[in-house]
Design a protein around this ligand. Structure first.
Ligand SMILES: [Zn+2]
Length: 114
């Protein structure tokens, strides 16, 4: 293992060492697990521009002008019944239909819950 030291999350000592299951800091005796370092458990996804959780079927409002193909989706455009994508397309995690434009992909960061 080349990666046998790790920065202590508590005191920032660079000398944290592992006994195979736990990481142990020799300076402040903090102990932490490998999982806690790598796991992004229940990281909030699908947060709108205001940090609100979006859900399938939500209605949202676009908060900035967006280029989509040859047209522009204007600020304030209402979008009904969004679908959230677990596998984003080019970083876009909302699939939806907009009247007059058709099917588009949006990012959660450019909409807010209506
Ligand atoms: Zn420490």
């Amino acid at each position: 293992m080349s990666d046998d030291t790790q920065t202590c999350p508590k005191c920032n000592s660079p000398y944290g060492y592992t006994d195979g299951q736990m990481w142990i800091c020799p300076e402040c005796f903090n102990e932490w697990t490998l999982e806690a370092q790598t796991e992004v458990a229940d990281a909030p996804k699908f947060l709108d521009a205001n940090g609100n959780q979006l859900q399938d079927g939500d209605a949202v409002t676009v908060v900035k002008d967006l280029k989509a193909g040859g047209t522009t989706i204007k600020t304030g455009t209402k979008v009904k019944k969004i679908r959230l994508l677990d596998d984003p397309v080019d970083g876009h995690d909302i699939s939806c239909k907009i009247d007059g434009i058709g099917s588009v992909y949006l990012k959660c960061s450019v909409v807010k819950k209506a």
